[in-house]
Design a protein around this ligand. Structure first.
Ligand SMILES: [Zn+2]
Length: 219
């Protein structure tokens, strides 16, 4: 059964928080970067099973802890926060500092219930959600792949016509490009790519036309 998908741009950085749900009213949420009250309203009629994080940047993870607290009160049971990998712990711990650098507030640091690893599979709403480690934008960045629905939720790794920033002290463009090629470009052409900002795209189009890989290909 295809999961319903609702995209909710949050924070002034317009980060795509995504809510997946099934017909039985169960859901999981990827990258609740902020505006936890608004996300909570959106899922009020659903039973949320997990909160997934692609990486430790403020606009992806800054609302996870307040959202977990709201859900715990409404659902009567803790909702686990899963991901990214442990390499992003330093970012998750410094979200207030990251937010201050953008002049933003209302985002909080978070300790996930479980760090993920490359090759993990999460079983959510009857779907196998595969975890792939795609570092370079941040060291612990993961992407989530749902082969049944042919979707990849890629955070800030791959975008329509471009790739994620790597101009951080911990960024690495070579690593980002090689991991996108290894972990994402091997997916079927028609796989929908849901990025952390902007519009979706598909794997086949990015593999053939994404300018970040053009020089590499002809070299
Ligand atoms: Zn980011």
């Amino acid at each position: 059964m295809t999961l319903a998908l609702r995209k909710l741009p949050v924070t002034p950085l317009r980060q795509n928080c995504t809510i997946f749900s099934n017909e039985a009213g169960h859901a999981f949420i990827i990258d609740p970067g902020g505006e936890s009250d608004r996300i909570f309203q959106e899922v009020a009629h659903l039973h949320v099973e997990a909160i997934l994080l692609t990486h430790g940047h403020l606009d992806h993870a800054g609302g996870a802890r307040p959202l977990r607290d709201l859900l715990k009160t409404s659902q009567g049971k803790a909702v686990p926060i899963l991901g990214p990998t442990r390499e992003d712990a330093f970012l998750l711990q410094s979200i207030e500092k990251q937010a201050a650098a953008f002049g933003l507030s209302g985002m909080t640091h978070v300790e996930p219930d479980r760090y993920l690893s490359d090759g993990d599979t999460l079983h959510l709403l009857g779907h196998d959600i595969e975890v792939a480690h795609v570092p370079g934008h941040t060291p612990g960045h993961v992407v989530f792949i749902d082969r049944l629905d042919k979707r990849a939720i890629v955070g800030d790794t791959l975008f329509r016509g471009t790739v994620g920033r790597t101009d951080f002290a911990y960024g690495n463009m070579e690593q980002l490009l090689s991991h996108i090629e290894q972990k994402l470009f091997c997916l079927p052409d028609e796989t929908i790519v849901l990025s952390g900002h902007g519009l979706p795209t598909v794997i086949g189009v990015e593999r053939l036309t994404n300018p970040a890989f053009q020089g590499k290909r002809s070299a």
